[in-house]
Design a protein around this ligand. Structure first.
Ligand code: HAM
Length: 422
């Protein structure tokens, strides 16, 4: 029997979970400021959903976890969150409730990719989708929100790259220009790239192939190929970001892996991450909801990978906010444990984190354990304390100990922590 962890997945242990909570809480706080509401969708959907909207991407071609259930339904573990949210938007008629047009989500996604640092087969995204407006304000708002989020987490050296892939009407013009520019060197390119040239020349732009990159170096500014409407849209987004001093860089070769994008696309990257340097990606997708059978509903959003973001927090030595203090209660004998439970419950009512170990009864083992647990205070209760109706309280950081009347427990911790007993 092989019970090992499946390749590309990981257990997230308690120490690590502190980072996850920090990221998730900060994200929720920021999304709330922009009036985004949480939505939760199933982790599996009909395979058709993804085949319909991201059929051209490697995700659907090579990376989907698909299966047939007992009822013979073709299902897929979701590889991303945008298509499921769009599906939920249609299924639940969310277009009728304006307060539900700005949504965020978080949860596991699944892609059969080759695992490496920052790339997993089960990974977790936090994403937002702002649905229903084609105004460039919405594009700029979600980009600003991502910037605010990464800044409030304390991240440094992050870059926002931005580009426009145009609307349906400009896409053929852009593609024709790319083809025209590369045509004379086509025979020098790999078979794979020649295929892309035929079917999806836009995707050639972000290829890592060095030969192609040298041929692409003199490519004229693709913004020229945009329709006036798309140019105006993109320029508006840029001027909004400028206006708010959001640092960004125009990157004409930025096209994204998923095929549903129209107009604005963007990515947040960090050079500190190595090969998998993209933390966050997003853009506008004006046709997706319509392609899934809904009415014409333009939308824009982004998602970031929690694992990659945490890698970056650690690399940049960003420390977590201080945990609330932990009080360790040491009973110096089995006969004092019941009393210690009362003390613990009282302190929990005050809002303190409290732990008791029922296996240890001698002072030295309690001290060792309380230090390992990084407790701030230890309350010692043994024969002396029982006889004198007192408690001994040890400040484990300052290494000072004092004795207080047992009846003074709550006021003592109230004045120490500023908390109030309710
Ligand atoms: P994506 O660029 O495919 O976009 O993924 C977004 C982020 O998810 C990436 O920037 C990366 O941080 C993380 N990610 C992707 N694949 C992996 C992996 N195998 N392991 C670890 N992290 C990964 C989307 O998924 C779009 N749905 C984003 C979007 C929302 N566009 C509009 N709205």
């Amino acid at each position: 029997m092989d019970y090992s962890l499946p390749r590309g997945t990981q257990d997230i242990l308690p120490d690590e979970v502190d980072y996850w909570n920090f990221v998730e809480k900060t994200a929720k706080k920021i999304f709330d400021l922009y009036n985004f509401n949480e939505i939760r969708t199933p982790i599996f959907e009909s395979s058709q959903l993804f085949n319909r909207v991201i059929s051209e991407s490697d995700i659907v071609k090579k990376e989907m976890y698909t299966f047939t259930d007992i009822g013979n339904r073709d299902l897929a573990l979701r590889p991303e969150g945008t298509a499921p949210v769009a599906r939920a938007f249609i299924t639940n008629n969310l277009n009728r409730s304006p307060q539900h047009s700005k949504l965020f989500y978080q949860g596991p996604m699944f892609r059969y990719e080759r695992p490496q640092a920052g790339r997993y087969r089960q990974f977790h995204q936090i994403g937002v989708e702002s649905i229903g407006s084609d105004h460039p304000f919405s594009d700029a708002e979600v980009i600003t929100m991502s910037y605010r989020l990464f800044s409030s987490l304390g991240l440094k050296n992050i870059k926002i790259y931005i580009n426009s892939v145009g609307s349906d009407t400009c896409r053929p013009v852009i593609e024709a220009r790319i083809k025209q520019f590369l045509a004379s060197n086509l025979s020098q390119l790999s078979e794979n790239l020649q295929e892309k040239f035929k079917h999806n020349p836009l995707k050639m732009l972000d290829s890592k192939d060095e030969t192609l990159q040298t041929y692409l170096s003199g490519l004229p500014d693709m913004r020229e190929a945009l329709s006036q409407q798309s140019k105006d849209h993109f320029n508006f987004v840029i001027s909004y970001l400028d206006h708010l001093n959001i640092p960004f860089e125009y990157k004409p070769t930025l096209v994204r892996g998923l095929d549903y994008y129209t107009e604005t696309v963007f990515e947040v990257v960090s050079e500190d991450l190595g090969a998998q340097n993209s933390i966050c990606g997003g853009g506008r997708y004006n046709n997706l909801i319509k392609n899934l059978g809904g009415s014409h509903t333009p939308a824009v959003g982004f998602a970031f990978g929690i694992e990659r973001l945490i890698m970056l927090l650690k690399k940049q030595n960003i420390s977590l906010p201080n945990q609330p203090i932990l009080v360790y209660i040491a009973a110096l004998g089995k006969e004092y444990q019941m009393e210690c439970i009362h003390i613990a419950e009282d302190l929990r009512n005050l809002g303190l984190r409290v732990t008791i170990d029922y296996n240890k009864i001698d002072f030295n083992s309690h001290i060792k354990l309380s230090q390992k647990m990084e407790a701030s205070y230890m309350i010692i209760f043994g024969e002396d304390e029982f006889d004198n109706k007192t408690l001994s309280i040890k400040d484990l950081h300052k290494r000072k100990q004092e004795s207080i009347p047992a009846s003074n427990l709550i006021p003592y911790f109230e004045s120490l922590t500023g908390l109030t007993y309710v």
